[in-house]
Design a protein around this ligand. Structure first.
Ligand code: NAG
Ligand code: NAG
Length: 359
């Protein structure tokens, strides 16, 4: 005869086994800019694309459109969550691939539609949300058996990370040559307008079924080699950093408001700061040879980059090395951990079937 204790021991063993081979959440959706883009810009007419060497020099598939020598932050988070493949870019995701999530991120994209238009095509946050609706339609056929309610039931168990705002500063507000925002808004007003628009976009995602959100704070791009060059200085540009600080602080307040307002939703602010290991000691010079003629602070094609990439903070004039992405991605994963404690997973799991059954 099988005792209750035996059944419980068996169930605990089964749970452990499952935990070892299944990701901690069934799906992960990624919205963002070049810090997360994994190939969505490759087919676009834009200067903001990087599907050529030396990009990808440390990535198994070589240059893929990631703005990095290796993995980006979204890749690192996906790996830590236990996915055995990277989340596919929307531009090329096919068939069943969308079930574990989609990456919509696009280099140069912003909260505002016009952001970075001087560089060419890009997929703004509004367009990324439209693309997500296309995925939801696909999922409704693939796993919802035609039911949007079942599909939303699935989506509420997915993690969403969104990282936006960087380009609304570096490819908009601080480029008065192309954009008039800095003559229309003070930095305070701009932060307020941006966060208001961002908040509406996040609420759109909530309406489409998202519940577990990690929102990246904007980066202090005043310290990037690219901005320092643009401003003709060799130390951090305080004017840029203090504008970004206004944005981050408003964003934090707004996320707290959304947590109070939207039933069952949880928004967590992911801020990128962490202790640098002491051998990460090249903080102001890009590892690759930056092109002076094309793109925006991107590596010149086919030039040999630095070999001691583990010592560098910046891969090109704006983007971090893989090492930085591993550190900040790991921190983001840990900050999000309340979403995938065993209790949370149990709560979000379908009572009868575990993870959604794939027919
Ligand atoms: C965000 O707001 C919370 C609650 O008001 C506060 O405890 C936290 O320190 C803030 N975080 C940042 C990064 O400003
Ligand atoms: C950075 O650290 C590495 C390893 O510890 C060392 O070899 C290198 O000389 C340092 N570089 C600078 C610029 O301090």
């Amino acid at each position: 005869m099988v005792t209750t204790t035996q059944i419980m021991v068996f169930m605990m063993l089964a749970a452990t086994l499952l935990a070892n081979c299944e990701p901690q959440v069934p799906c992960y959706f990624i919205f963002g800019d070049s810090l997360m883009d994994n190939g969505n810009n490759n087919q676009l007419l834009t200067q903001a694309k990087v599907n050529f060497p030396p990009y990808g020099i440390d990535f198994p598939d070589g240059p893929t459109g990631r703005f990095s020598n290796g993995r980006n932050m979204a890749d690192v988070i996906a790996q830590l969550l236990g996915f055995n493949k990277f989340i596919p870019p929307f531009a090329t995701a096919k068939g069943m691939e969308v079930i574990t999530g989609v990456n919509y991120a696009s280099g140069s994209a912003g909260i505002r539609d016009e952001t970075a238009e001087h560089l060419g095509a890009r997929i703004s946050m509004d367009k990324q949300i439209k693309n997500h609706w296309i995925t939801i339609l696909r999922l409704t056929y693939l796993i919802g058996r035609g039911s949007i309610i079942k599909t939303k039931d699935y989506l509420k168990r997915c993690i969403y990370t969104v990282g936006m705002g960087n380009n609304d500063y570096i490819n908009n507000y601080f480029l008065p040559k192309y954009y008039k925002t800095s003559s229309v808004y003070t930095p305070e007003q701009y932060a307020e307008a941006l966060v208001e628009q961002y908040s509406r976009q996040l609420q759109d995602l909530y309406k489409s079924g998202a519940r577990m959100f990690g929102i990246f704070a904007a980066g202090y791009s005043g310290c990037t080699p690219g901005i320092m060059t643009e401003f003709g200085v060799n130390s951090c540009v305080d004017e840029v950093n203090s504008a970004v600080m206004l944005f981050n602080s408003r964003l934090n307040t707004t996320l707290n408001d959304l947590n109070n307002k939207l039933v069952d939703a949880k928004f967590i602010l992911l801020d990128g700061s962490f202790e640098y290991p002491s051998d990460l000691n090249v903080t102001d010079t890009p590892c690759c040879v930056v092109s002076s003629t094309s793109g925006k602070g991107q590596c010149a094609p086919n030039q040999v980059p630095c070999s001691n990439r583990q010592n560098y903070y910046f891969w090109d004039a704006f983007h971090p090395t893989e090492r930085i992405s591993v550190l900040s991605g790991t921190k983001a994963y840990e900050t999000l951990s309340s979403f995938y404690t065993l209790e949370t997973i149990a709560m979000y799991k379908d009572k009868d079937t575990g993870y959604i059954s794939v027919a």
